[in-house]
Design a protein around this ligand. Structure first.
Ligand code: PRP
Length: 211
C-alpha cells in the first residue's frame, strides 16, 4: 500500500523533508529545484503533494491525501474532518497582538484589529472579555496600524523582524504554534499499519532531537 502526504509549500516543506530525511525516510526523489508539485518515490510507496497551507486540510479532508503537514495556525482557522496526529515540533512561531508603542487595549474607544486569522483573534479577545472589531485582511497586515486602518493586529511572529521593520511591537502573546501531522479519517483505518509505522519513525526522531 502507499501513502500520499500533502506538504505545506515553502519554508515548512523544507523543514518537513529535512525531518523525514533525518528520521531515515528516503525523500531524495523530491527535486525542489523545479516547479513540480507532485513527487512519487521510485517504488511508489510514498507520494508528496506540495500545496498551499489551507489547501492541505482540503486535500486531507477529501481523502486525496492520506496525511498532511500544516501549521496549527491553519488548523485553528480551518477546522474540519481530519485527525490531528502529531506535533512535529518544526515551524515554531507564535500568535501575538502587536501595535505601535503606547497602544492600550483598555481605554474608552472600541478597538479595530486587523488580521489574517479572524478566528484566533475573535477567540482571544472573547476570552479576555474585550469587545473589538475584527477586520480581515489577506496579508501585509503590519501596515494596518501605521496607516490607521486598525489599532492593532493579530499575526504570526517568528523572528520579530517584520514587526520591527514596520515600527510595531508585541503587545501580548496569544499562543505558541508549530506544525502538525493530520490524517484523513478513512485512511487512518485503511492504512493503519503504514501510518503507524511512519508516525513511530518520526516520533522517534523528534524524541531523539529533543534530548
Ligand atoms: C508571516 C507573518 C509575518 C511574518 C513574521 O508571514 O504574517 O508577516 O511571517 O515573521 P518574522 O517574525 O520572522 O518577521 P509569511 O512570511 O508567512 O507571509 P504571508 O504574509 O504571505 O503570510
Amino acid at each position: 500500500m502507499s501513502l500520499t502526504i500533502a506538504l505545506t509549500k515553502g519554508r515548512l516543506q523544507k523543514q518537513t523533508l529535512a525531518l523525514f530525511d533525518k528520521a531515515g525516510i528516503d525523500v531524495s526523489f523530491v527535486d525542489e529545484s523545479n516547479r513540480k508539485l507532485t513527487f512519487i518515490s521510485p517504488a511508489g510507496e510514498l507520494t508528496f503533494l506540495l500545496v498551499k497551507a489551507a489547501d492541505v486540510t482540503t486535500y486531507v479532508r477529501h481523502g486525496v491525501a492520506d496525511l498532511g503537514v500544516v501549521g496549527k495556525d491553519v488548523l485553528i482557522e480551518h477546522p474540519g474532518e481530519y485527525y490531528e496526529l502529531l506535533d512535529l515540533g518544526i515551524g515554531r512561531c507564535k500568535f501575538s497582538v502587536a501595535s505601535t508603542a503606547g497602544f492600550e487595549l483598555k481605554d474608552y474607544k472600541r478597538k479595530m484589529i486587523a488580521t489574517k486569522y479572524p478566528t484566533v483573534a475573535r477567540q482571544h479577545f472573547q476570552k479576555k472579555g474585550e469587545d473589538v472589531e475584527i477586520i480581515r485582511i489577506e496579508g501585509s497586515v503590519e501596515i494596518a496600524p501605521i496607516l490607521g486602518l486598525a489599532d492593532a493586529i493579530v499575526d504570526i511572529v517568528e523572528t520579530g523582524t517584520t514587526l520591527r521593520e514596520n515600527g510595531l511591537q508585541v503587545y501580548e502573546d496569544i499562543m505558541e504554534i508549530s506544525a502538525r501531522m493530520i490524517a484523513n479519517r478513512a485512511a487512518l483505518k485503511r492504512k493503519r499499519t503504514e501510518i503507524s509505522q511512519l508516525l513511530a519513525t518520526i516520533s522517534q526522531e523528534i524524541k531523539e532531537n529533543a534530548l
